[in-house]
Design a protein around this ligand. Sequence first.
Ligand code: AMP
Length: 193
Amino acid sequence: MRLIFLGPPGAGKGTQATRIVAKHGIPQLSTGDMLRAAVAAGTPVGLKAKAVMDAGGLVSDEIVIGIVADRIEEADAKKGFILDGFPRTLAQAEALDSMLAGKGLKLDKVLELRVDQSKLVDRIVRRAEEAKAAGQPVRKDDDPEVFKTRLEAYNRDTAIVAPYYEKRGQLTPIDGMQPIDDVSSAIEQALAG
Ligand code: AMP
């Protein structure tokens, strides 16, 4: 099963993707996680991406497409994957199409978590507080000001990705404002359909 999770930052993509991993045994390919790992390891990609990420902007298509192209070649991705946080631009969506077409593969579903953006800043503040309380590191870009920049980047560059899949009849919208378990049930129903 090959899935894409779309939706603005803070919509719950990561949380829901983790549940799909547990239930369906396919890996979650989060470009945000991969980039944070590259930053932590101080790789050339990480060095290039760090400032952009800290400021809430988008890392270049070239870098992100390269990371995903390498990652989907790995053994665990052969049985399928959930892309979380990718594609974030039309260029990335088109690059993914050609990557998959080159391998004779297709996407099974594109799930879009639809949320009320005015509620997202509160969510992100809570996410930062919960991480702190659990003794986990708080993401630098979960600061409310940086978050606003991330939301702007979403509305400017990423919001057009969902209609791209909708036009092809591949998009399944999910109400992301429901309680977390209800969102998971809606996703499972969509995957079964
Ligand atoms: P995320 O964990 O998905 O919220 O991503 C954190 C940050 O990583 C984003 O704010 C971007 O700076 C960068 N990033 C992650 N995925 C992408 C992508 N597909 N394209 C460009 N930048 C990305």
